[in-house]
Design a protein around this ligand. Structure first.
Ligand SMILES: NC(=O)c1ccc[n+]([C@@H]2O[C@H](COP(=O)([O-])OP(=O)(O)OC[C@H]3O[C@@H](n4cnc5c(N)ncnc54)[C@H](OP(=O)(O)O)[C@@H]3O)[C@@H](O)[C@H]2O)c1
Length: 363
């Protein structure tokens, strides 16, 4: 199925005004102009390749199809996607087994992380123009259709791509970096001198969290298998713990903040309470705070929080600055053409990725 192109009847990705009505906002053309423009466009201008999911299930359900190209509404930009980052939420939704999957109707184009070039701007957009290089995590958790050649989304959900890296590296950043940033900066408000434990530190969120926490002046403890340790120390970890050989709570001093990226796996969430100072905070990302974590936290005087990442252009701009300043490096383990999205999902779901996996939307 990988690489196969077939025609799907596809729900339009654009959102239209009520039929026949002008937009009714200052400076916007009547809807008839919009329809006339579309009628004079060739098929290749009105369609694009996208990786679609017609039914929930395994990676083999992902297929490259020809679908309608979206058009920007007022306040939106149309982005020619050069690369699309892959995240665990993508295969969790694809499987259809998590509650989150109920948010989506099929067929669905997965993917939220994109880096690309602004192709067109909708009426009212003042901050970008065609040709600008942008990156973002638009619409999350609504469907964004990132595994495709084009996306449209509100302009203010994007920021300028870090100039010092290519589209592949930029596309690896948004969801993982915003998760780490919103956890450390906005939720935990980490300050210099605090201690932070990052679980799954070698993964997409983890390797960025280690660097952000270090940048904030924290001392970082990281859990990962031993072959990752030298790299994580280069990124700023003061202590690394091989979770396959040691129980972290037996070999480390207490911390102020835990970024728990493992959740209920091996009771990582509950065990994290034992290494958190009273008044400290455990943020549990995979499934949020379980009853067991809430009870353990309450008994120990440790705060617990569930957090879900949100689109955040100011944070993306700050992250781009750190990347361009050389303070943060993004690791991409492997890239795949759009037609190999299924293979990328298989590799990602094996839960051994160092950094990120990315789709090259130009191939
Ligand atoms: N709530 C939210 O908004 C939000 C946002 C982003 C992510 N998440 C969730 O957070 C989790 C991590 O996301 P991610 O993108 O960072 O995943 P990822 O990149 O796929 O993580 C892979 C890493 O997990 C490590 N790992 C596997 N088992 C481990 C264990 N028992 N202890 C420590 N490390 C372990 C592996 O490191 P080794 O090779 O060293 O084993 C691998 O490098 C996922 O469940 C994801 O869905 C939630």
């Amino acid at each position: 199925m990988a690489g196969m192109v077939r025609q799907l009847s596809f729900r339009p990705l654009t959102r239209t005004s009520r039929a026949g009505k002008p937009w009714g906002l200052p400076g916007l053309p009547p809807r008839s102009d919009h329809v006339r423009r579309r009628m004079t466009m060739s098929v290749s201008e009105t369609t694009m390749r996208a990786v679609t999911l017609a039914e929930f299930g395994g990676p083999e359900r992902l297929a490259v199809t020809e679908v309608r190209r979206p058009e920007p509404l007022p306040t939106e930009i149309l982005v020619r996607v050069h690369a699309a980052g892959i995240n665990p939420v993508d295969w969790k939704v694809r499987d259809g087994k998590v509650g989150l999957a109920g948010l989506y109707t099929l067929p669905l184009v997965l993917g939220w992380d994109v880096s690309g070039v602004v192709e067109a701007v909708g009426p009212g957009v003042t901050t970008f123009r065609p040709g600008d290089e942008v990156y973002g995590m638009p619409w999350f958790p609504r469907a964004a259709g990132g595994y495709a050649e084009y996306v449209t989304a509100p302009s203010r959900q994007f920021a300028r791509k870090p100039a010092s890296v290519g589209h592949v590296e930029a596309a690896a950043l948004p969801l993982a970096a915003l998760t780490a940033w919103q956890g450390l900066v906005d939720t935990a408000r980490v300050t210099a001198g605090q201690r932070v434990l990052v679980h799954a530190a070698a993964g997409g969120v983890g390797h960025l969290a280690v660097q952000f926490a270090r940048h904030l002046g924290a001392e970082v403890v990281a859990t990962a298998r031993e072959p990752r340790h030298a790299w994580l120390k280069e990124l700023g970890a003061a202590q690394t713990i091989d979770y396959t050989r040691e129980r972290f709570e037996e070999v480390m001093e207490p911390v102020d903040v835990v970024l728990d990226l493992m959740g209920r796996v091996d009771d990582t969430d509950v065990r994290s309470v034992a290494v958190t100072r009273p008044g400290g905070l455990v943020i549990s990302f995979p499934e949020g705070v379980s009853e067991a974590l809430a009870a353990a936290g309450a008994a120990a005087g440790v705060r617990t929080a569930s957090m879900i990442v949100e689109p955040d252009a100011p944070a993306l701009a700050a992250i781009a600055e750190l990347v361009d300043a050389g303070a943060v490096r993004v690791e991409v383990e492997r890239t795949f053409p759009l037609g190999e999205a299924a293979e990328a999902h298989r590799l990602g779901a094996a839960n051994r990725t160092r950094g990120k996996l990315v789709l090259d939307a130009t191939r």
